[in-house]
Design a binder for this molecule. Structure first.
Ligand code: UT7
Length: 310
């Protein structure tokens, strides 16, 4: 049994917060944020909007695009560091909002690597025959974790959700290889204690990000049994344009083959890869049948890469 990506969807809240808006909150500048991060604006959800609300919109579109009905989904996986509650899970709330019929449903936390972990879990459920149609969602309202007086982190993050449907098929799997890693000894680089706000050691996190995404990407390409040149597009986690450029250089990929939309959304954590994948597809950067390399890095530390055929 193989898994196919049959549908994809995304949703971002309508409120745009630009770098110029942030200049009014703390001592920063559009120039600093643009040159150091590549971010121009981000979406920020209204106070009452929850991760499940963003997930609902993205999921509806993904299910519609997959050409199946809500009742066909038998597993809901939600990657989030900003769940609606400790419990019930955001996955259960989402499943209820979508009107699903008693699916397996759970959340998991792998911070910004959540979508890579989620696709791997979904693929494994399908390959082992335990699920037929899996909804994999990355959804975040990081605006709620941010200390809006800390300019070193507040400029970086945004809210949003992305979703894909993975469906069982008798053909070969579209998920060709996955490599996931973690190292808890680096947990203090990027963390958020319960009831507190997000904290990060930016410089060290930057270095670890480039090194780790490079290493799992090379392993994933090798495991997939394809050549680097066969990859149509690299879709990296959108944390900083300088991280994306450094990764492209290390992997020896020309920048045009490495997608970025960080200027529009900032870092949306677990949602960043499915949102980027959605927009790249809509922009015609890849077609059905093309090989993609996805790679992410985040708090934990966690990191990983996937090679897939879209
Ligand atoms: O999702 C995965 C997790 N996150 C990441 O991957 C983020 C990784 N790290 C980064 O992207 C970068 O380290 C940052 C964008 C966070 C920071 O860039 P940097 O080039 O490493 O700057 P820095 O932290 O070394 O700060 C340089 C200067 C400092 O001033 P002094 O000490 O040199 O006088 C900061 O206080 O820039 C100052 N600064 C700012 N200035 C204006 C820090 N934040 C800001 C700001 N506006 N928003």
């Amino acid at each position: 049994m193989g898994s196919k990506i049959t549908g994809i969807g995304m949703y971002v809240p309508p409120r745009v917060v630009t770098n110029f808006d942030l200049e009014k909150i703390f001592e920063t500048s559009d120039e600093w944020i643009t040159t150091r991060t590549g971010i121009k604006e981000r979406r920020i959800a209204d106070e009452w909007v929850k991760a499940s609300d963003l997930a609902y919109e993205a999921s509806k579109e993904a299910i519609h695009n997959a050409g199946i009905s809500e009742k066909d989904i038998d597993l809901v996986l939600v990657a989030t560091s900003t769940p609606d509650n400790i419990f019930p899970s955001t996955a259960c709330i989402l499943a209820d909002k979508l009107g699903l019929k008693n699916p397996m449903a759970f959340d998991f936390s792998a911070a910004c690597s959540g979508f890579i972990y989620g696709l791997t879990i979904g693929d494994s459920f399908i390959k082992s025959g335990k699920a037929k149609n899996v909804l994999v969602v990355g959804t975040e309202v990081f605006s709620k974790l941010i200390d809006w007086t800390d300019r070193t982190t507040a400029v970086l993050f945004g809210d949003g959700a992305g979703a894909v449907v993975l469906s069982a098929s008798n053909e070969d799997s579209d998920i060709l290889s996955t490599v996931m890693k973690s190292d808890g000894s680096y947990g203090n680089l990027l963390h958020c204690q319960v009831g507190e706000k997000l904290k990060m050691h930016g410089r060290e996190t930057f270095k670890q990000a480039v090194k780790s995404m490079e290493s799992t990407s090379l392993k994933a390409i090798q495991k997939a049994g394809i050549k680097k040149e066969d990859i149509k597009l690299v879709i990296p986690h959108q944390a900083n344009i300088r991280i994306i450029e450094a990764l492209a250089e290390k992997l020896e990929f020309p920048l045009e083959k490495v997608y970025h939309n960080i200027h529009r959304y900032g870092n949306t954590s677990a949602a960043s890869i499915p949102i980027a994948m959605y927009e790249a597809y809509k922009e015609g950067k890849f077609q059905r049948g093309d090989y993609l390399l996805l790679t992410a890095f985040g708090g934990g530390l966690t990191w990983g890469s996937i090679v897939l055929r879209f």
